[in-house]
Design a protein around this ligand. Structure first.
Ligand code: HEM
Length: 492
């Protein structure tokens, strides 16, 4: 027992000395001209300002007081907060050699070994190789995976999920509504499956039809644990890297124990679907995917490092692509419950252009300008730049319409929400098409309205994530139900 205490004290003392040493070093940084910012306290710097409120509020407050470029110091780490899309673009595009790197990510890269995750990768040759691999698959898609067909199949499955299976749809039609809260859980499940299944198809070629899939469960477990391990002590290790040397048995080193456990879970999560694709390739029949494509091109030189990199590319498609797509589509449904006049207007446009006898297709996109504005406004809702987009709390697709009263519509938010410069989101075109097809299909076929309470009063949804919206989703007509029922059950 005593020896444990002595070790504890020694470890804490060593950590403290390392801390003072490295802090002393940072005080001697050259006298560079720095952007304005709040006064830093000794040792902690501006940490108290950053962690006193949710990040977006803290940043907005800083911008109001100090302007669009603010300098902060968090312990020994310098941070520049840019609050203007225009400046962020200029810095990352004109000066991309200096602004395309990533922080060190001690917790994720060094303790959890997420060294094959392109999102966290430092700017350099390895990042370039990963990025090229991703773009080959996501953008030059024709000869690898037929992405449009994949999107059509998943959207049809989404619709079928909403309308109900042949056994249950009659109950839904008879009841006319799907009960409110149950309805939300029901919607959330279908929205999640829609995005997760697309990423599984791209990454491994697996045709996932249920969230009970063993690989999805494995990835979700790992994602949950990764997010769960990013508590305050973990944040501290990024701000003060010598803490990574703290022995695992020291009280307070729970973050390190969790990180090392995570490393194992993540390894299993990446290796398991990868092995299945590799085995299927040996047996000769393998559906095209990022993994099979990269395995084919690596063929002879398949060393351990290359295998690790291929596993990373497949995983990042799921981790970067699933929740982002799903939450945007969720926000669409939420917005339509809150702003029914927008939904009605979009439905009217679809009825006039496409009619009600068939489902929308990609070829209809050009003919539906109002729906395009709805999609833009959906992206715009991710920004809060009141100078470019006044009335940020409203959902106003009309702001993007050009016409006599609105000669110069504001900038397309797609140029902002996917980031800028060399690290711009590589999945942006893919997700834009997936979202368009999903929202046009939902709008054309489903009626979405507010639920009513026991007194018959409408329940006003509140904007929140994760969503707790209560709503009623039902097919717009019997004709829609008939179309969905006739869908090829083999395919969808
Ligand atoms: C609405 C959905 C999405 C939004 C809003 C979004 C947004 C972003 C943003 C803001 C970044 C950071 C850019 C930067 O560092 O400057 C990013 C990076 C990334 N996104 Fe997306 N994304 C979405 C969907 C997707 C999808 C579907 C995929 C995959 C198919 C994907 C893959 C990635 C990857 C791999 C990176 C890291 C790129 C790098 O560091 O080089 N994203 N995304």
């Amino acid at each position: 027992m005593d020896s444990y205490l002595i070790c504890d004290a020694a470890a804490i003392l060593v950590t403290f000395i390392l801390f003072l040493y490295s802090f002393g070093k940072t005080l001697s940084y050259p006298n560079l001209p720095l952007p304005p910012g709040p006064r830093a306290l000794p040792i902690i710097g501006n940490a108290h300002q950053l962690f006193s409120a949710p990040a977006q509020e803290a940043f907005a407050h800083l911008a109001q007081k100090w302007g669009d470029i603010v300098y902060l110091r968090i312990f020994k780490t310098s941070m520049i907060v840019v609050s203007s899309a225009h400046i962020a673009r200029e810095l990352t595009e004109m000066n991309s050699g200096n602004t395309s790197d990533r922080p060190r990510f001690v917790l994720f890269r060094e303790l959890m070994d997420m060294t094959n995750d392109v999102v966290l990768m430092p700017y350099g040759d390895k990042w370039r190789r990963h990025r090229r691999w991703l773009l080959d698959v996501i953008q030059n898609t024709k000869d690898i995976i037929d992405v449009s067909t994949m999107q059509q199949i998943q959207t049809a499955r989404l619709l079928k999920g909403f309308v109900g299976s042949p056994d249950t749809f009659l109950t839904h039609i008879k009841l006319s509504i799907i009960p409110s809260r149950a309805s939300w859980a029901f919607s959330a499940k279908h929205l999640h499956r829609w995005s997760a299944a697309m990423m599984m198809k791209l990454a491994y070629g697996f045709d996932v039809t249920t969230l009970k899939d063993e690989y999805i469960e494995l990835i979700e477990e790992a994602l949950k644990a990764t997010t769960g391990s990013a508590g305050p002590a973990s944040t501290l290790v990024d701000l003060f890297p010598p803490l990574r040397h703290i022995p695992e048995w020291v009280p307070g080193a729970g973050f390190k124990r969790r990180a090392l456990a995570m490393k194992e879970i993540r390894r299993r999560m990446q290796a398991s679907p990868y092995r299945r694709v590799k085995q299927a390739m040996r047996s000769g029949s393998v559906p095209p995917s990022v993994t099979s494509r990269l395995l084919q091109s690596a063929s002879e030189e398949l060393d351990e490092a290359t295998e690790w990199d291929i596993q990373g590319i497949a995983t990042v498609l799921y981790t970067a692509g699933t929740e982002t797509s799903e939450s945007t589509l969720t926000a669409f449904i939420q917005a339509m419950v809150m702003f029914p006049e927008v939904y009605a207007k979009a439905q009217q446009e679809i009825d006039e252009v496409i009619g009600r006898d068939r489902l929308p297709e990609f070829a209809d996109r050009e003919s539906l300008p109002y729906l395009e504005c709805v999609l833009k406004e959906l992206y715009r809702a991710m920004t809060r730049d009141t100078a470019t987009y006044p009335r940020p709390e409203d959902f106003l697709p009309e702001r993007f319409q050009s016409g006599p009263e609105n000669e110069e519509p504001p900038e397309d938010p797609r140029g902002i929400v996917f980031g800028f410069g060399r690290r711009i989101c590589p999945g942006r075109h893919l997700v834009d098409n997936s979202l368009w097809l999903a929202i046009v299909t939902i709008t054309a076929t489903l009626s979405i309205s507010r639920a009513v309470d026991a007194d018959g009063k409408e329940i006003m949804p509140v904007l929140a994530f994760p969503s707790s919206a209560v709503n009623v989703i039902r097919p717009r007509s019997q004709a829609i139900v008939d179309i969905v029922m006739q869908m090829d059950s083999e395919q969808v």
